[in-house]
Design a protein around this ligand. Structure first.
Ligand code: PLP
Length: 395
């Protein structure tokens, strides 16, 4: 077993960066559940001294994801937010950051509550707008973007933004959690760093919290590798191993997530109680042109606006049987959430509306169950939610 860069991504999710374990021939990289490694002589070691600094299971995961993203090096962390914090720690004091205005809430909280007080300047701009380039002024140190975004699934032109960032000397970080390398590889589009919450699609089974950053070149990898050890927010060997196991089926899962999503989008678009559907690989979506130029598929995230007040939208979310009402996304099981009451409840109602987060906006993370079961589930919940007595909050 060995991998080649000529192999297609369906092959590389299984073999990328992995080799047969030399002592026993184990096909899976073992879980090296150890904190330290014996040294035959003071300061003479095998290359492995201490598991915060080096761990073979974590390294197998890092090599695999680096391979999938077409980067030179992966650096794995204990969560997506540990990954983003470590990236932000590479910046000098008083750095200028331009960030998309529709980023993951935890990223926003980290920028505002952890990094702004340290003296960084942060501007939030609509990087999916018609002219994202003019939003990146001279003197910018870092551009941070998600595409597609959460929960509005807006699409940013990664090529154009990366070209502009290069011209002003800024580092471009793309949070690729939603698309995964199966459908979008930002380093190939000019980005410098790609970040994932591996908690989501890469692991895919809702049983691990983790994060990873892949650098396109050694100059961007080196400070991250240093800070991974110096800050120490590393991914544990068990979690790295579970994520490697999850990755084996990433290509299969993404294909099914997407097939299901397409059927559900079509069904939602025809439903009289649905006001709007957001899914960038549908020609009706404003992000369609850019999405088709930089993505080969879109995966399983769909948002739609139920033609309903907040009370009915909440009933709808409580009435599904297969879709579980929960935050997070990217697992084999279908989840749904109501941004106005859950992930974006802390944003004042007026600002929420101005940003397009209506009370009836529902975000679906479409799993890999049978599409017709999922549609039947949404259908019964939409029907029943019309009745104000169909569901009540727990006492
Ligand atoms: C979940 C998520 C994160 C944060 O990752 P954690 O693993 O929860 O720390 C960052 N970005 C996006 C897009 C996410 O969905």
């Amino acid at each position: 077993m060995s991998s080649s860069s000529d192999d297609r991504i369906e092959t590389r999710v299984i073999h990328g960066g992995q080799a047969i374990e030399p002592v026993t021939g184990a096909v899976m990289p073992p879980v090296f559940q150890t904190s330290t490694y014996a040294q035959p002589w003071p300061a003479r070691h095998t290359g492995y001294e201490y598991s915060r600094s080096q761990n073979p299971t974590r390294e197998a995961l890092e090599r695999c994801v680096a391979d999938l993203e077409g980067g030179c090096e992966g650096v794995a962390f204990g969560s997506g937010l540990a990954a983003s914090a470590t990236v932000l720690h590479t910046l000098p004091k008083g750095a200028r950051i331009v960030c998309g205005d529709d980023v993951y809430g935890g990223t926003y909280r980290q920028l505002e509550r952890v990094f702004r007080p340290l003296g960084h300047h942060i501007d939030y701009v609509d990087l999916s707008g018609a002219d994202p380039v003019s939003s990146i002024p001279e003197g910018t140190d870092m551009v941070w973007l998600e595409s597609p975004t959460n929960p509005l699934l807006k699409v940013a032109d990664i090529r154009a933004i990366s070209a502009r960032a290069k011209a002003v000397g800024a580092t471009v970080v793309v949070d690729n959690t939603f698309a995964t390398p199966i459908f979008q590889r930002p380093l190939e589009l000019g980005a410098d760093l790609v970040l994932h919450s591996t908690t989501k699609y890469l692991n895919g089974h809702s049983d691990v919290v983790g994060g990873i950053v892949v650098a396109g070149d050694p100059a961007h990898a080196e400070p991250l590798r240093f800070l991974q050890n110096a800050i120490g927010a590393v991914n544990g060997p068990w979690d790295a191993w579970l994520t490697l196991r999850g990755l084996k089926t990433l290509a299969l899962r993404m294909e099914r997530h997407q097939q299901n999503a397409l059927q559900i989008v079509e069904w939602l678009q025809a439903h009289p109680d649905v006001k709007a559907v957001r899914y960038p690989l549908s020609p009706a979506d404003p992000g369609y042109a850019v999405a088709s130029s930089q993505m080969s598929g879109f995966g399983g995230m769909v948002s739609f606006v139920l033609d309903a007040d907040l009370a009915r939208a909440e009933r709808f979310c409580a009435l599904t049987r297969i879709f579980t009402l929960a935050e997070s996304l990217g697992g084999v099981e279908s989840l749904l959430e109501l941004p106005a009451s859950m992930t974006h409840a802390s944003v004042p109602a007026e600002e929420r509306l101005a940003r397009g987060i209506e009370d009836g906006l529902v975000r679906l993370s479409i799993g890999i169950e049978h599409a017709e079961d999922l549609i039947a589930d949404l259908d019964q919940a939409i029907q029943r939610s019309r009745d104000p007595d169909s569901a009540h909050p727990p006492a």
